[in-house]
Design a protein around this ligand. Structure first.
Ligand SMILES: CCCC/C=C/CC(=O)SCCNC(=O)CCNC(=O)[C@H](O)C(C)(C)COP(=O)(O)OP(=O)(O)OC[C@H]1O[C@@H](n2cnc3c(N)ncnc32)[C@H](O)[C@@H]1OP(=O)(O)O
Length: 433
């Protein structure tokens, strides 16, 4: 049975998507705050347009009552008194809007315009789009190495060690797991990971390898493998859409995990680097499975090849290479170049390979991405969740198996001479040893 609350929620969602085509309205004009934020001047048509634009940027849903007020005032300001026939009782959305508009009676257009602008102005302060976190003067932002916020049905987990390029400490792995656990149960529709400052994340903090317990390095490798496996499992099993807002360069595990995300939005300043070869490591985050899957031969760009190009023909590089390697041999060239040889991709390249959903100019990145995400939170949450589950459930068992295998390989790698000398090189160059 549909309850009244459900009907109202449904109304709110439909309005947010502009089912009725314009900003919403007011049953009782006298209740509106007049002249807030402006004094003696009358509101112009330009003021009205600016106010409409402002409403689109609001991050907080102002609620149905305000939306109705805005709708009615806008209609009155642009079309005058309501002279439409009254919608039927069952046409709930249109009836509510008709009621609100009709309640304005013969209010002059100019006054309606003014009231609309004043109402928006009074509500705007509370609805500014979130500004990207900025490092404090000493390079570290208050709030710890990980900042978790929840607003407007979006839970945001922010790497917050800008002075260390947001490298992930052992404590941060634990805290991210806790944050994901909480986000899976809160009322958020989306869970976002992002970074504060210049970097998205520089991957595993390489000093994590330095605190060897009395039992020796084998014990350290064993506990790290358990931690990594549990950490990646949290992403595999996470029940809601995961979004990466990649504000800058991404390295190591912060890149490999992206294969488990649903949306990856990147600034054109971002790069994607998995330097496992140079570090004596092997892939993690299920990337040995997800990357070849997303970057497989069918995804490679088509390139003119030899004399065939002269005949007007094109062949993909993959096709050519595969022919050279023998029939039936599947070689995932791009994934191999990244994961084995440590080739760094630009945001555009990563997008072409399917690792990134969309690239935005850095200057408008935050504004565009958060506006998009806020719009997505207005979708019916149960439908979003169901679609995601249907898409994800089939591969989950496989991902767990891949994760276990990758962690087993890494446990050995961490004990290898190749890996220890690479970490020592990095740390000694920075005077950490
Ligand atoms: C238990 C689970 C294990 C999961 C395993 C995951 C595998 C990976 O994630 S592999 C990838 C590991 N990450 C790296 O190899 C990146 C190492 N860092 C760098 O190469 C460079 O720092 C940089 C390219 C990210 C930035 O270079 P830039 O010259 O601009 O800045 P720096 O002066 O080097 O860095 C500033 C500051 O930050 C510290 N730092 C940066 N990244 C890390 C890191 N990953 N671990 C530890 N510390 C890092 C760097 O030491 C500097 O610190 P100081 O100012 O104190 O010297």
């Amino acid at each position: 049975m549909t309850t009244m609350a459900q009907v109202i929620c449904g109304l709110a969602r439909r309005w947010c998507f502009g089912a009725l085509g314009s900003p919403l309205q007011v049953p009782c004009l006298q209740a509106l705050p007049l002249h807030l934020g402006r004094t003696a001047t009358r509101a112009s048509q330009r003021d009205l347009e600016n106010a409409v634009h402002q409403v689109k940027l609001w991050k907080k849903d102002p609620g149905n009552e305000v939306k109705l007020k805005l709708y009615a005032l806008y209609k009155q300001a642009t079309e005058g008194p309501c002279n439409l026939p009254k919608p039927g009782m069952m046409d709930l959305v249109n009836k509510a809007k008709w009621d609100a508009w009709s309640a304005l009676g013969s209010l002059p257009k100019e006054t309606a315009r003014e009231n609309y602008v004043d109402l928006v102005s009074s509500l705007s302060a509370a609805s500014e789009p979130p500004s990207p976190a900025k490092p404090a003067a000493d390079g570290e932002q208050a709030g710890g190495d990980l900042v978790v916020t929840s607003e407007n049905h979006i839970t945001t987990i922010t790497f917050n060690r800008p002075a260390k390029k947001n490298a992930i400490t052992t404590q941060m792995y634990q805290d991210i797991m806790l944050a994901l656990q909480a986000a899976s149960k809160d009322d958020s529709v989306l869970t976002v990971l992002t970074g504060n400052g210049e970097y998205y994340c520089s991957g595993n903090d390489l000093t994590n390898f330095t605190d060897i317990p009395p039992e020796g390095p084998e014990e350290k490798a064993r506990t790290n493998a358990i931690l990594l496996r549990e950490f990646v499992d949290c992403f595999i099993d996470f029940p809601k859409p995961l979004v990466a807002v990649v504000n800058g360069p991404a390295v190591g595990i912060s890149v490999t995990l992206l294969g488990l995300f649903d949306l990856v939005y990147a600034s054109d300043r971002a790069t994607f680097h998995t330097p496992f070869g140079p570090l004596g490591l092997s892939p993690e985050g299920c990337s040995s499975y997800t990357f070849p899957k997303m970057m497989g031969p069918s995804k490679l760009s088509r390139t003119k090849v030899g004399s065939r190009a002269g005949e007007g023909g094109c062949q993909s590089q993959a096709t050519v290479s595969l022919q050279g390697r023998g029939l039936g041999q599947l070689v995932f060239l791009k994934a191999a170049e990244m994961l084995i040889f440590g080739r760094k991709l630009t945001a555009q390249e990563a997008c072409a390979q399917g690792l990134v959903t969309e690239v935005f100019p850095d200057s408008t990145f935050q504004k565009e991405v958060w506006t998009r995400l806020r719009a997505y939170t207005k979708l019916p949450p149960n439908a979003v969740r169901t679609s995601r589950e249907v898409m994800r459930s089939k591969g989950r068992e496989r991902l767990h198996a891949v994760n276990a295998e990758e962690c087993g390989a890494l446990q050995q790698r961490w004990l290898s001479e190749e890996c220890t000398s690479a970490v020592v090189r990095f740390l000694s160059r920075r005077g950490k040893l």
